[in-house]
Structures are given as structure tokens and as C-alpha cells.
Design a protein around this ligand. Structure first.
Ligand code: GMT
Length: 372
């Protein structure tokens, strides 16, 4: 098949999933064309079968807002026509799905659009009245629609429409990415005196409940030598840094920003904190599981579909910081429990969320929409 993929190329999970999917499809012999404004993080452009087409938005004094959606649709249509795309797979509704529908109309012919909804495009951003009609239209008019969890499928039905089939295809990890992670160097660097290491990775939006992470860390720090590693960036990060500085805990805070080898860092840690109040899937939780690191979070959104409470991590009620702290301390204090949960996490992550099974499902969906 000849497949176009469009996604946000930044550090978010949707871009990671799109890149991993594209590379795996190319390995299977498909021709894959990425259409974005920058090369997606984790995409290997040197891999045979992977192509990249950059979207550029011309600058013009009239444009107060650069019309990216139109430039994207034009590039998608151009790539569809020039390379004979069978499928255009849009990741994240805004603007990718909407632009893909426009490209399908322009390109005509056999082109089919598959849309994968990732989370905030349904639960937060997409629900804003400024976007809602476009998101609903994109869901209804795509040839195929997938959601990354059962929770997200329920939300699509509740907030947008129940009038179409939405297939759940979970996010996935590639076991090959988890081999040879040099965790010793990271531990030597960040925990030189045998401190315990907690890690959180996100875009630091309010939905991630960063103050809960700060509070758990401060409470844990009163009990034992522990350090907190923060990966990523976003509006809640400076506030967290300020709070920890004021509490005199900055010496045990490690802010890494948006880095590349996140798996190596995660794998060196003792537990991941992910106390979001809405999380459609939580790819970072799955990556922690693949590293053999248990996750502590809340029973929110699709997280219970990823983390088995008391087996691969701990999930408590949203906002229950006491429970969150207690679970974190239990893990940090008990090396045997950590090893047991870490091993279960690894096993379940690779069995339940294996890249081969999920890419099979995407291929099947592509084939079925192509037969329409
Ligand atoms: O808005 C975000 O949080 C970023 C977004 C993204 O584009 O990565 O994350 C969503 O998609 C991920 C990949 O499917 C999921 O793992 C995240 O859970 C989801 N974020 C939320 O639902 C908050």
C-alpha cells in the first residue's frame, strides 16, 4: 500500500505513535509518506520506504494567523496525486483529519482517509466550540476512525457522535527500542549516593496535575533520600520549580526538558508518577512499563486499561494525594515489590501492547476501507 501519515511532529505521544507506525509499515514493505511541518521526533528518515514532505506556510502581511490547515491540505493533496496514495492516515483531529478530508476532495480518485483520535482532540481541545463542528464532521466523514482506548471511544460517542463505528487500536511499543538501555550511567549521574529516583514526563498542562507530583515528592523526601526527574516542558513546569525551590528541595530536582533518549532515563528510575485527571491512554506509562518501571497514578480515563492496579502499578482516586503518596512510598521502600511489579509491567506491556498486533490491526483497517 502507499500510505500518507500526518501528525504533530513535536514530542507528544501521538507523534511518537505515528512515527513508530510509519516505520513499521515501511518495514513491512509499504511506501510511507509523512506530511508535516517538521520531521517527527523518533522518525528515522534513512529507513527505506520512509519519505518526508515538509509543509511550509508562506508569510504574508495579511495573515494574522498563518493558515497551516490549508497549507497542510494542499501538501497532502499534492502528495496523494504525485505518489498515488491509497490511504491518508491523520493522527489527532485538529487540523490533520479536517485537512485530510479536504485533500481527499481535491485529490479525488481512490484516496481514503483514516483518522486516529488520541485524546485531548476529543476530551479538551476538540470540545471547544471553536473546533467542535469541524471535529464532529471529521469523525463522521473519515473512511475509518480509531481511538486509542475504550475510554476514548466512549467519550467520542458521548461528546460528538455515536453514529459511526470507531475501532479501538491501542497504542503500542516496539520491544527493540527497549534493548541495551544504559541505565547505569543515568543512575551514577542522578543518584550518586543511592537515592531513589521518581520520574514524570509530560507537556506539563493542568490536566497532568503537576502540583500533586510536587506534593508526593516533598512528602516522600521527608521519609528517604529521593530525587525527582522531570522530562518535557509546559506551563506548569516553572510553577513546580518555584514551589520546590521555596521548599528547599531544588537540590533533589532534576529538570531535563525535552530530551531525546527518554527510555534510558525512565529505565533508570524506581517509579513513574502520572497523576493526570484525564488521560486517554498514557503512552509514557506504557513506556515505563516496557522499561520495567511501575507507574503510580489515578484511575482516570484510559489509564486503567494500561495499568493493572496493584499488579503493574498503583491507581487511586483522582485527587487522593494521601493514597498517591502511600503507594509511592510502598514502592520506594520495598525493592522486592518493585522488582515484582516491574517484571509484571514489562511482561504485560509487550504482550498486550505489542507493535506487531497493533500494526496488523491498522493494516486490516486500511484494507477494509480501500474495499469501500
Ligand atoms: O494533549 C496531549 O496530552 C498530547 C497528546 C499527544 O498528542 O500526544 O496526548 C494524547 O495522545 C497520546 C497518544 O495517543 C496519549 O498517550 C495521551 O494519553 C493523550 N493525552 C491525553 O489524553 C491527555
Amino acid at each position: 500500500m502507499i500510505i500518507g501519515i500526518s501528525c504533530w511532529p513535536t514530542f507528544g505521544g501521538s507523534g511518537v505513535v505515528a512515527a513508530e507506525l510509519g516505520m513499521n509499515l515501511a518495514e513491512r514493505g509499504h511506501e510511507v509518506h509523512f506530511v508535516t511541518y517538521a520531521v517527527p521526533e523518533r522518525l528515522n528518515l534513512y529507513q527505506p520506504g520512509v519519505h518526508y514532505h515538509e509543509v511550509t506556510v508562506p508569510d504574508y502581511p495579511l495573515f494574522e494567523y498563518p493558515p497551516y490547515s490549508q497549507a497542510l491540505a494542499s501538501k497532502m493533496a499534492e502528495v496523494a496525486q504525485n505518489y498515488g496514495l491509497d490511504i491518508l492516515h491523520a493522527h489527532y483531529a485538529i487540523p490533520h483529519a479536517a485537512s485530510a478530508l479536504l485533500a481527499r476532495e481535491i485529490a479525488g480518485g481512490k484516496l481514503k482517509v483514516v483518522t486516529t483520535l488520541h485524546g485531548t482532540d476529543i476530551t479538551l481541545v476538540g470540545r471547544d466550540p471553536s473546533f467542535m463542528p469541524v471535529v464532529r464532521h471529521s469523525i463522521l466523514r473519515s473512511n475509518g476512525v480509531t481511538a486509542v482506548s475504550k475510554y476514548l471511544r466512549r467519550e467520542i460517542c458521548r461528546a460528538f457522535t455515536c453514529d459511526r463505528t470507531v475501532e479501538v487500536i491501542y497504542n503500542f511499543i516496539d520491544p527493540r527500542d527497549f534493548k541495551r538501555l544504559h541505565t547505569e550511567t543515568v543512575r551514577q549521574r542522578f543518584a550518586p549516593n543511592g537515592e531513589k529516583l521518581l520520574v514524570h514526563i509530560s507537556n506539563f498542562r493542568p490536566v497532568k496535575r503537576v502540583p500533586d507530583i510536587v506534593e508526593v515528592f516533598l512528602r516522600a523526601r521527608r521519609e528517604m533520600p529521593v530525587r525527582l526527574i522531570l522530562i518535557g516542558s509546559g506551563p506548569e513546569l516553572p510553577k513546580a520549580e518555584r514551589t520546590l525551590r521555596e521548599a528547599g528541595a531544588e537540590s533533589d530536582l532534576i529538570v531535563l526538558g525535552t530530551i531525546h533518549n527518554v527510555l534510558t532515563v525512565i529505565a533508570a528510575c524506581d517509579a513513574m508518577l502520572l497523576p493526570s485527571d484525564a488521560e486517554s491512554f498514557g503512552l509514557s506509562a506504557l513506556e515505563a512499563m516496557g522499561c520495567g518501571v511501575p507507574v503510580v497514578g489515578y484511575q482516570a480515563g484510559g489509564l486503567p486499561e494500561v495499568i493493572d492496579d496493584k499488579v503493574t502499578g498503583f491507581l487511586s482516586l483522582v485527587g487522593d494525594i494521601d493514597a498517591l503518596t502511600q503507594s509511592t512510598l510502598q514502592l520506594l521502600n520495598d525493592g522486592k515489590l518493585r522488582a515484582q511489579m516491574g517484571a509484571a509491567a514489562k511482561e504485560i506491556a509487550f504482550a498486550r501492547f505489542n507493535i506487531t498486533d497493533m500494526v496488523d490491526k491498522y493494516e486490516d483497517l486500511y484494507r477494509s476501507v480501500m474495499m469501500e
